[in-house]
Design a protein around this ligand. Structure first.
Ligand code: AMP
Length: 191
């Protein structure tokens, strides 16, 4: 299996690049943010809970997030592999993911981390807020909080994968196609 963690701050381009990667490598895209948003749309209990955190730019508690992710992985027993987008966002989630994959006799192949400056992220997120209507992309204070949460809680996950020799940083500014090619180059080296 090819299991990629596509990592990076909000607005780094994880969603855009995931779409291209799943088409090329025939993987399942698991974006915890997308799954939460579809639960909000469907007015599920999970959606209501997630919304109360997402509206503030805070992380949804580990217990519910991990349970949800596990159930999505279990639904795709015959997958070629997964792109994890927006998960793991802290060390507890990274350990849970390792344990889950281990129980399926597989593991994370690579963490590809998109690197984008904070000024560029803020610009992109505000633009996306106008186009997509995502409420957490429209308010500069919530955007700042999401970037702070990323820097304080999520960014250390890089060290977790680095210690396993699985971390690769990728320049996330430039043409979409150019960034995609850099990601593919790393995947093809390890495959
Ligand atoms: P994203 O679409 O990845 O930017 O995520 C949007 C929001 O969903 C985040 O700001 C969090 O509130 C929540 N979220 C997404 N993924 C996770 C996760 N792995 N752990 C906790 N909260 C998450």
């Amino acid at each position: 299996m090819l299991n990629i963690v596509l990592f990076g701050p909000p607005g780094a381009g994880k969603g855009t690049q995931s779409e291209k990667l799943i088409a090329k490598y025939k993987l399942i895209h698991l974006s915890t943010g997308d799954i939460f948003r579809s639960n909000i749309k469907g007015q599920t209990e999970l959606g209501t809970l997630a919304k109360s955190y997402m509206d503030k730019g805070e992380l949804v508690p580990n217990e519910v997030t991990i349970r949800m992710l596990e159930s999505e992985v279990n639904k795709n027993a015959n997958a070629n592999g997964f792109i994890f987008d927006g998960f793991p966002r802290n060390k507890v989630q990274a350990e849970a993911l390792d344990n889950l994959l281990k129980s399926k006799n597989t593991s994370i192949t690579l963490m590809l981390a998109l690197e984008v400056s904070e000024a560029e992220l803020k610009k992109r997120l505000l633009l996306r807020g106008k186009d997509s209507g995502r409420p957490d992309d429209q308010n500069p204070e919530i955007i700042q909080n999401r970037i702070d949460v990323y820097n304080n809680e999520t960014s250390p996950v890089k060290d977790y994968y680095s210690e396993q020799g699985k971390y690769k940083g990728i320049q996330g500014i430039g043409e979409i196609e150019e960034i995609f090619n850099s990601l593919c180059k790393e995947i093809d080296t390890i495959k």
